[in-house]
Design a protein around this ligand. Sequence first.
Ligand code: ZN
Length: 189
Amino acid sequence: MSPVTHFLAGWAGFEGWLHNRRDRAIVCLTGLAPDIDGIGIAADLFSRLNGGPETNYYQAWHRLYGHGITAALVFTLCAALLGRERARVAIAAFLNIHLHLLCDLLGSRGGDPDDLWGIHYLGPWNTGAEIVWRGQWELVSWQNMLISIALMGIVLARACRKGYSPLGLVSPRADRVFIGVLRKWRSAW
Ligand SMILES: [Zn+2]
């Protein structure tokens, strides 16, 4: 799924379990980390723009290096080292990474019904054990759109109730203004 959907899913799933802004930011960003293996797209573009050979590192690396248990453990370790409540951050980060994998399995195929994206959970060491779901829907699809809208609804409703939103990860001051506006809208309704 898209990074925005992954972020919203991570926030909706785990922010309530974390006690401070820093830990929430770390866990939400860790939920995006598996897609770092899509960096091959930059290498492909660089080669193309510089008249180099036609490469396809994106296809070769994506879902192989970042979407498996090894990467999950590395990302979890990094998250725990950076977090304040380390054990809590480690558990939430590990689960959030797996939520990312589940979301990708559900809805990230290409335009062709056979263009399924599998997860190499044991990658990059073992490329033979690919996890694929045959019912996978398209990356650009009404299902993903609906999930994103529902998640956004959850995040905004909770922001209204609790007094903070993901905006607070960037600027607590802007978040206070945002929450004030949200609450005004809610009471106007
Ligand atoms: Zn992914």
